[in-house]
Structure formats: C-alpha cells, structure tokens
Design a protein around this ligand. Structure first.
Ligand SMILES: Cc1cc2nc3c(=O)[nH]c(=O)nc-3n(C[C@H](O)[C@H](O)[C@H](O)COP(=O)(O)OP(=O)(O)OC[C@H]3O[C@@H](n4cnc5c(N)ncnc54)[C@H](O)[C@@H]3O)c2cc1C
Length: 422
C-alpha cells in the first residue's frame, strides 16, 4: 500500500514525486513510456522555457479561460519559487526577452535531469514501461490503480491517494495520448472537449507546389496576422514572425493565434487569415511607393518591381495569389492590377481550414472540467483522494513558459495536499 501513486512522469508528475517523497511519503510514480519526461526534454526547441517572470496579474492573462482557478497553485509555488526550486537542485537559469526563463546551459535535458536525479536519490519508486489502465474506486474513494506492463503483466497497486498527471493529447509520441482524460471520464468526470492548440494552421487553396517549393520553411518577420470571421469581424491579431509550411503556416504569431481560435475552428466557423506584409506603411503610403516604383521601372517586368517590396520566395506567393503575369512590363500594369498588388501586400488573405493536429500541437485545449476540481487542493469533487495535475485538466496557456509553470505549480500543489491530508 502506497501513500501516493502518481500517474505520469511528465513535468507535473515529476515535481509531485519530489514534493511528496521529500516528506517521507511512500510514493509510486508510474510512467507508460520506457523513459520519463520525454516531452519535457524537447520543450522550448530543446532549450525548455521553464517559466516567465511576468507579475501574477499579467501572467494570468496568458492562462486559459479560468485563470482564477490557478490562484491557490500560484500563491503556493510561482515563478520565483520555481526558479529557487531548480537552483536548489543545482540548475541555474537565465532570463531572456519577454521575461522567459531558460536553463543557463540552454538544455531542456538538464531540467529533466535535475528532477529525475532528485527522484532517484529519494525513496520514490519509479515504474517505467507501465501503463495505468484504470482507476480503482470504492464508495467514491480512490483505492489504487490497475496497470499493465510487458514484464509484470496486469497488476493492481493500492494507495490512499492518486495524482492523475498523465497530460493531454498533444505530441502523442511523448506518451501524452489522452489516457488521463479517458481515466478521468471513466471515473465520472465531465470532460471539456479536447482540441489541438498552439499549432500551425492549414490554409485553403494554398498549394506549396503550385506556389513554389521554396516557400516551405520560409519565415517572415514583422508581419501582422489578423483572424476574422466571414462577416469581416476581427477576432484576433498578432504582430511578429510566421513561417510558411507544406499545407499552411506556423511560427510564433500563428501558434498564438491558433489558441484563440481553436474552439471556433472546431465548431466549423469559417475563419480567415489576413497577413499584412508591410506594417510600417499605410495603404496610401504603400500605394504611392508602388506607383513610383512602377514608373521608375517602367521597362522592367512586374516580378522585378515586386522584388523592391518582397523577398523572392514571397514573389511566388504574390503571383499565385493575384494571378498577375510576372513578365508584364511595369509600364503596362493597370490601376486595377496595382490595387491587386497592394491588396496582396497589405491584406493577403486565406481561409483557414484546420490545424496541423495533435502530432504538432504544443498543448491540448480542454480536459477535465475545472468545476469538478477543488482549486485549493486539486482534489476531485467526485472521487475522494483523486487529485489532478498539469495538462490533463482544462488548462492551457500561451507560449512563453506559462504551460510548464502551470504543470509545475499544479504538480506541487497536488502533492502538498496529498501530504497534508495523510
Ligand atoms: C514540442 C513542445 C515544446 C514545448 N515547449 C514548452 C516550453 O518551452 N515552455 C512551456 O511552458 N511549455 C512547453 N510545452 C508545453 C509543456 O511541455 C506541457 O504543457 C507540459 O509538459 C505538460 O505537463 P504534464 O505533466 O501535464 O504532461 P506531460 O508532460 O505530457 O506528461 C504526461 C506523462 O504521463 C505519461 N502517461 C500518459 N498516460 C499514462 C498512463 N496511462 N500511465 C502512465 N503514464 C502515462 C506520459 O507518457 C507522459 O510522460 C511544450 C510542448 C511541446 C509538445
């Protein structure tokens, strides 16, 4: 019989294991993959953006639809505590632009190693390659879990408390395949429908082969991307960098926007992406500049005029979108054609027809309904002794270190309560 069983050795489960075992609890950490923390090790493009130093009020603006739910977890263990916690484990951190915190070594692997070394030095027992298949519940109280492994077959593990820290559904190769959500549902919890979030967007009538293969992987900076409804109503806007991919676009501003439109997109709402490639110039200024270039370069072809405004990869896109003849001499470009070029530069529009799916989504939107979880303890309001931590809950945030802080803070809080209540 264990005091505590933790399902999932991801960011939230690992910290829960450290907190609970440091108080002498008998803890069992169960991980379905052959290695723990697979997702943690690839975070932040291998650099792991641990957290963000924004003050609480600003920080919460980047977190989910119910940020108040996070107050108790953040009051207990916020960015400062997280940085100190890792310092004590021997991991130094550095702050970068936008308050983003990274390990000084620049290696996500070191974040994982700091946690797992601490666990291996503790009394916590770790079972890898073992998948929890069901929660054992008697009279609305958790009594243990059933798990399956190649070496041990099907086994029951008894415990007074269980923390479900099995993650969401994104990046399934790391082990987060929705098991946690299925286990919570089987226990009677309501699930807010899950969706890929922080993910690239697929565009209609975007064909990289017909545009030009060199568009794939091409990134543009200082652009403004706006998402609007069919009625033209603007619903989200971001300024920064985006990258063209095989079937659509990704990059920092696109993934941020994807989070804001995930629900609408899943409801079948028609949504449009508008890109302003020339944010520094007003439409009128740009038109004047275009007119002047067309006059100066009267004997050159349209492609060479466009080169004064765009990198060559985007000229392929401009030609594809406007359907103008790139060989046309500048002096023959009509005012209607000039308007089309201007529209491309300031309002390049595509219909959004989907996203790149869980395989490429950084987080999962949706999950266990927060209404059924006590925010002060992260205990289920339905099943005594069952706690939640991390992305399995209906919690997701923007990029910038917010998601890992949520995982670490909730993992910390869930384990605290497990200690106190025992
Ligand atoms: C590519 C990528 C980069 C990211 N970069 C950042 C970043 O830099 N900063 C940031 O803040 N966030 C980042 N995130 C998001 C962040 O990694 C997640 O929000 C966070 O890892 C969630 O932690 P978790 O503990 O809830 O779940 P996870 O880390 O997903 O861990 C869940 C664990 O549970 C295990 N598990 C699942 N089912 C079972 C079962 N039935 N039995 C036993 N074990 C099970 C899984 O194998 C997994 O190890 C990134 C995500 C991705 C995909």
């Amino acid at each position: 019989m264990y005091d505590l069983i933790i399902i999932g050795a991801g960011a939230s489960g690992l910290i829960s294991a450290i907190v609970a075992s440091s108080s002498g609890e008998k803890v069992l950490l169960i991980e379905k993959m052959s290695q723990a923390g697979r997702k943690l090790r690839i975070t932040g493009k291998g650099r792991c953006n641990l957290t963000n130093t924004l003050p609480l009020k600003e920080f919460l603006k980047h977190c989910g639809s119910e940020p108040r739910f996070l107050y108790p977890a953040f009051n207990l263990f916020f960015s400062k505590e997280l940085i100190n916690f890792f310092e004590q484990l021997g991991l130094k951190t550095v702050e970068e632009r936008g308050g983003r915190i990274f390990p000084q070594s620049g290696k996500a692997q070191d974040v994982f190693l700091a946690l797992i070394n601490e666990i291996e030095d503790s009394s916590c027992q770790v079972l890898k390659d073992t998948q929890v298949t069901s929660l054992m519940i008697e009279n609305n109280r958790i009594v243990g879990v059933k798990a399956q492994s190649r070496t041990k077959g099907n086994k029951e593990y008894l415990a007074k408390k269980v923390i479900l820290a099995a993650g969401g559904e994104s990046y399934p190769l790391t082990g987060s395949q929705g098991d946690g959500i299925r286990l919570a549902k089987a226990a009677g919890h309501n699930i807010i429908p899950t969706l890929p979030s922080l993910v690239g967007l697929k565009l209609k009538d975007y064909n990289q082969e017909r545009i030009h293969p060199s568009i794939v992987g091409f990134g543009v900076r200082n652009v403004k991307a706006t998402i609007s409804l069919e009625s033209g109503k603007k619903i989200a806007e971001e300024f920064g960098e985006l990258t063209f991919r095989e079937n659509g676009v990704e990059g920092p501003i696109i993934i941020t926007l994807s989070r804001q439109i995930a629900r609408l997109l899943s409801q079948g709402e028609r949504l449009f992406l508008n890109i302003d490639f020339k944010t520094a110039l007003s439409e009128q200024e740009l038109d004047e500049k275009l007119l002047s270039e067309l006059n100066i370069r009267g004997k050159e072809d349209l492609r060479s005029v466009l080169r004064a405004f765009l990198p060559h990869e985007l000229i392929y896109l401009a030609i594809y979108q406007t359907a103008l003849d790139p060989r046309k001499k500048a002096s023959f470009v009509t005012s209607q054609e000039r308007k089309e070029i201007l529209a491309f530069l300031k309002h390049c529009q595509f219909e959004i027809i989907g996203d790149f799916g869980y395989e490429q989504a950084i987080v999962t939107q949706g999950g266990v309904d927060l209404k059924e979880i006590n925010p002060k303890t992260l205990e289920s309001k339905l099943i005594k002794g069952l706690h939640f931590a991390g992305e399995v809950m209906d919690l997701d945030a923007d990029t910038g270190g917010f998601n890992l802080q949520i995982a670490f803070s909730t993992g910390y809080l869930a384990a605290q309560n497990a200690e106190k209540e025992d």
